[in-house]
Write a protein that binds this ligand. Structure first.
Ligand code: HDL
Ligand code: ZN
Length: 428
């Protein structure tokens, strides 16, 4: 059989058009419903003091860390702008992202005029700006990261507020699992009858806490980030609380559990939020969790590039494992392309290739612009490979596949409370 003639350019153009225009669900961010006020970061100074840029800037600073932290946000932003944009070309992904966002917003970065950019932002109100950023990013729903242990966030939930339907909630429980010794007394103060030892009473009270906050925020899933040392089974509070309280809670409520493996917290504490690093995870722990709890659904992303292949192989073994995102230090073009290619070739379309992890609202513009381009590139390659066998995919099939990658598969996997995630045009 001769090799069919494939019009690579036409097929690529179709893929690019569909990928660039398909609205998506951003399944993990650090953004907030506007009701949270100052917790929702946006604008040029927040873009510049994003912790990725802080870490990159300190490589050029001689000043003591505390001197930088004592400066105003604007002064910090100006030091970062000078170091990473003016004195050196802004080639890193985080630097390029700032410029891509400003460019998409219609600002002329060629002028390199930071005061003028700052003035432009003063003309916006947050409500209109949320809409503008979501339009430019093609983002239909934003999943927040919601922690009852955050002293600024908790009071807003306790007061109650009218939810913006574009913002979905996810219950983040790191302190419960990875710092139980410090967290037990906090739960006690909040009226939960827990002790450090995991008695039946304590487990029941931890479940009451989970029930309470899952209901209060209408959590679409629970989530935790885990260090490279995490193991399962293991005689640790994290493993035992996960098994005895958290996973039964998820099963009873039809909720997925997001496990984010491999973060080494506070590698350099002087960098504060920018001070975390990465470590190789034991994915045998994930293998054991997926195998022992087949009724639980695990959304998983791993931080070490070296763990990505094993994660894909595990996804082939366990249908209750859903792989998502190019998280944090893997969220750079070189690694995004490699991970997306690996995933499509090993697990096909049953995954969610990306989330933004945005901490600053405007970032959804560049994070999605950059990732859409890369996902389109890899997908086009795969469809050309198919066409060369004689299998032609239609534009409708490409749209179906892309809609699934951009939230459809996530929704199907999480079915249950997530079923309300509308995928229709506009917002419910
Ligand atoms: O733990 C997480 O959810 C990470 O995404 C951290 O928040 C990290 O600081 C981050 O913002 N990564 O992009
Ligand atoms: Zn995150």
């Amino acid at each position: 059989m001769t090799q069919p003639r494939v019009d690579r350019d036409a097929l690529t153009a179709t893929v690019e058009k569909i990928v660039s225009s398909t609205p998506l669900i951003d399944i993990h961010t650090h953004l907030y419903d506007p009701a949270f006020g100052e917790l929702l970061l946006w604008g040029i100074d927040d873009l510049l003091v994003y912790h990725y840029l802080v870490a990159e800037s300190f490589r050029y600073f001689d000043m003591p860390y505390e001197k930088f932290w004592s400066l105003s946000k604007q002064a910090q932003a100006e030091l970062i702008w000078d170091a990473l944009f003016i004195r050196h070309s802004p080639v890193s992904e985080a630097c390029r992202g700032v410029l891509a966002t400003l460019n998409a917003l219609g600002l002329d970065v060629r002028k390199r005029d930071l005061p003028a950019v700052r003035k432009w932002f003063q003309g916006w109100n947050v409500g209109d700006y949320i809409t503008r950023c979501m339009e430019l990013g093609g983002v239909q729903k934003i999943c927040m990261t919601n922690s009852p242990f955050d002293d600024l966030e908790r009071p807003v939930w306790e007061r109650g507020f009218q939810r913006d339907p574009r913002f979905l909630a996810a219950l983040r429980i790191d302190p419960l699992l990875v710092a139980w010794g410090d967290t037990a007394p906090i739960l006690t103060k909040w009226g939960y009858g827990v002790g450090v030892s995991l008695t039946e009473k304590t487990i029941s009270e931890v479940r009451r806490f989970l029930d309470h906050w899952t209901e209060r925020i209408k959590a679409h899933y629970l989530m935790v980030s885990l260090g490279p040392e995490f193991d399962f089974p293991a005689d640790t509070f994290a493993a035992r609380l996960l098994e005895k309280a958290v996973l039964p809670h998820c099963r009873d409520n039809g909720l997925s559990m997001a496990l984010m493996f491999g973060v080494k917290r506070r590698v350099n504490p002087q960098l504060r939020l920018a001070g975390d690093g990465v470590g190789l995870s034991k994915l045998s722990a994930l293998e054991n969790l997926c195998g022992r709890f087949p009724e639980n659904k695990f959304l998983v992303t791993v931080l070490a590039r070296e763990n990505q292949h094993e994660l894909c192989v595990l996804a082939r073994k366990f249908r209750n494992l859903h792989v998502f995102g190019c998280w944090w230090f893997t969220n750079v073009p070189y690694v995004i392309e490699e991970m997306t290619r690996m995933r499509l070739e090993l697990i096909g379309l049953s995954m969610t290739p990306q989330h933004s992890d945005a901490r600053v609202l405007d970032q959804i513009i560049y994070k999605w612009q950059h990732s859409r381009r890369l996902i389109a590139k890899v997908l086009a390659d795969k469809y050309v490979d198919l066409a060369q066998t004689g299998w032609d995919v239609t534009a409708e099939e490409i749209q179906r596949d892309v809609s699934n990658l951009f939230g459809g598969e996530f929704k199907r996997f999480c079915a249950g409370p997530c079923a309300e995630l509308s995928y229709t045009k506009g917002h419910k």
